[in-house]
Design a protein around this ligand. Sequence first.
Ligand code: SF4
Length: 125
Amino acid sequence: MSVTEEMICITCPMGCTLEVTHAGKEVLNVEGNSCPRGVHYAQAELTDPRRMVATTVKVQSGLHPLVPVYTAAPIPKPLIFELLAQLRQIEINAPVETKQVVLANVLGTGINVIASRDMPERVGE
Ligand code: SF4
């Protein structure tokens, strides 16, 4: 039996609204996509939905107490809660460099969490 559901493609800023008809995990038809990537997005949403994760981690002796970080690639949605829990436990030492790996091979995915900016050491205490 097939069903049709609405999805928002988040592959690019256009954010097309997709009408996806599928039978279980098999995509039968996609409408509303402005480019072929919308079809790939719909298929991935049904079989292996993933998201980029951006948050902050604590920095010891940093100019600021937190540094923004993000996943280098989208990670499976079911792992996001556990990843955020792990990142809340982490405290890294300043100085931090942009693109520095903060957490490697997140939950065995092969994906790293990296810093999105420099965080220099705090001086003159
Ligand atoms: S279908 Fe294509 S144009 Fe539309 S949001 Fe997805 S990637 Fe962007």
